[in-house]
Design a protein around this ligand. Structure first.
Ligand SMILES: CC(C)(COP(=O)(O)OP(=O)(O)OC[C@H]1O[C@@H](n2cnc3c(N)ncnc32)[C@H](O)[C@@H]1OP(=O)(O)O)[C@@H](O)C(=O)NCCC(=O)NCCS
Length: 147
């Protein structure tokens, strides 16, 4: 089959979403600044990772009933570059509640205005947080009392 011919007058912009997720919990919003860029002029991945760790920690902060720590970044995918001025929204959801840990999935969406308004999923990650006692040892995640 022959390749389709796209007239040069048509801007073949990639299919772009203009809606943020409605079915996930918003846990953080932040706008990256010029101080956060890498050598390519995009946002430094380490900055994004720090924000994802903070965003993911919002869910265990509600469930752990005390101190907790990040034990693992199980998966981290930079799907698209992040640009200065993007409005980033971080969505968190629980993947697993274990004996002493909670594993959380975080999706990061960018709203950008140029060249046209669009919402782009830029990053997704899975992280595990462990409830710890005053000595820094794992302790059980509190369970809700039976009703
Ligand atoms: C968090 C910490 C107290 C856990 O201690 P530990 O002796 O490794 O604990 P355990 O082996 O008993 O594992 C505790 C939980 O973590 C989970 N876990 C441990 N390693 C994991 C890994 N690589 N991936 C996913 N989960 C992991 C275990 O499955 C367990 O969860 P569960 O009880 O719900 O099944 C210890 O590793 C620590 O202090 N790490 C440093 C944390 C820190 O400073 N984080 C900030 C980033 S620098």
């Amino acid at each position: 089959m022959k390749d389709a011919i796209v007239p040069s007058s048509i801007d073949p912009a990639p299919a772009a979403s203009t809606a943020l997720p409605q079915d996930k919990e918003l846990v953080l919003r932040v706008i990256p600044m010029p101080a956060d860029v890498n050598a390519n002029g995009d946002i430094f991945g380490g900055w994004v990772m720090a924000q994802v760790d903070l965003a993911g920690s919002v869910i265990p902060a509600r469930h752990m009933g005390g101190r907790f720590a990040t034990v693992a970044v199980n998966q981290f995918l930079f799907k698209q570059p992040v640009k200065v001025g993007d409005l980033l929204s971080f969505y968190g959801s629980i993947v697993r509640i274990g004996n002493t840990s909670i594993t959380v999935q975080v999706e990061v969406w960018a709203e950008r205005q140029r060249p046209h308004y669009q919402c782009v999923k830029v990053t997704e990650a899975t992280l595990t947080y462990v409830a710890i006692d005053e000595q820094g040892r794992p302790r059980p995640v509190p369970r809700p009392a039976p009703t």
